[in-house]
Design a protein around this ligand. Structure first.
Ligand code: ADP
Length: 304
């Protein structure tokens, strides 16, 4: 095996409108979406695994089967008796999308409660990916468990990639959000923020400010996504820019950042060329925003 990619977080049941009051069921969640795109873009000799906690209900079983069918390993996933996965619904009103969530007591909130299992999964991986949402859903003592395992992985020379994915509503307070996201960055080797989030919630007045802040926390590498305005990279202090790919018609931006991250990591892990990885990832993200839904069929992502 060439390498092992592990993504840690929450995958939810997704309900979307299917017309006539009917709902379509799917499965998605930021870190799972990134695993999906990493799987689609990595060669077969890479293993991609997902780490979360699920329940013992039918929905959990279906989610596991869905992950397996996508080629994503589920062996490390904890099953908790009596629990169920989180759920969200995509509402459509006059062409505008909004989201309703039921995730306060989801199984994934206990994903780091079994520290030994978490350590085993991280030790078996070469690359670990997590997000601000992963941190936001955990009780504080489990945030500590996860961060200390990530710091061990970083010290062992592994790639630890983090998307702050800032969602204020998931956090107890803005103070806790700022502190914990900064701790997440400190445990990482590569931080992959979206500039609009960082400007809105950390008050960054420029992309340089975002890069300086995360590098100052000890992340050697930073990739700042800025929608249609391209991507700024800073790897070991060397800065460069990659423009976004042109999109004829933006259909659905769900998962744009997640797909960029998965595609970027897939390329970067193979040869360490961050600029080439970004050029590839902006093309994948452009395909993803041209299609409906969080998870675009890998067949539609083939890029010559
Ligand atoms: P997020 O979804 O995390 O907010 P962005 O909006 O920055 O992240 O989008 C992530 C990536 O998706 C961008 O770096 C870019 O490559 C691509 N992308 C997003 N919106 C567009 C767009 N309108 N045109 C072309 N590419 C886009």
């Amino acid at each position: 095996m060439a390498g092992r990619f592990l993504s840690i977080g929450e995958c939810m049941v997704e309900l979307s409108q299917a017309g006539d009051g009917l709902l379509r069921k799917g499965f998605a969640g930021d870190t799972f979406n990134t695993a999906w795109y990493a799987r689609a873009c990595l060669p077969a000799d890479w293993q991609v695994d997902y780490f979360t906690a699920l329940g013992d209900d039918q929905m959990s079983a279906e989610m596991l089967a869905f992950m397996e069918a996508a080629g994503i390993g589920t062996a490390a996933i904890r099953r908790i008796r009596g629990k169920t996965p989180g759920l969200y619904m995509i509402n459509l009103k006059d062409g505008e999308r909004s989201f309703s969530y039921w995730r306060e007591s989801s199984s994934a909130r206990q994903l780091a409660a079994d520290g030994d299992r978490l350590r085993e999964a991280i030790e078996a991986a070469d690359v670990v990916y997590f997000s601000g949402i992963t941190l936001a859903i955990l009780p504080r003592e489990d945030v500590d468990t996860l961060l200390s395992e990530l710091r061990r992985a970083k010290a062992a020379g592994k790639t630890v990639a983090f998307d702050p994915n800032i969602r204020p509503r998931l956090w107890l307070s803005l103070d806790v959000m700022h502190t914990t996201i900064s701790e997440g960055a400190r445990a990482s080797t590569l931080v992959m923020p979206s500039f609009d989030d960082e400007a809105a919630h950390f008050g960054d007045d420029s992309i340089d400010r975002t890069i300086l802040r995360y590098r100052g926390l000890g992340a050697m590498n930073v990739v700042v996504k800025n929608g249609a305005d391209g991507v700024t990279l800073n790897f070991d202090g060397e800065q460069s820019f990659v423009p976004a790919a042109k999109v004829k018609k933006v259909v659905d931006t769900t998962s744009a950042g997640d797909s960029f991250n998965g595609a970027f990591l897939a390329r970067y892990l193979q040869d360490g060329d961050a600029q080439a990885a970004a050029r590839f990832a902006v093309r994948i993200a452009a395909r993803v925003v041209s299609e409906h839904g969080a998870l675009v069929d890998p067949e539609k992502l083939r890029i010559a």
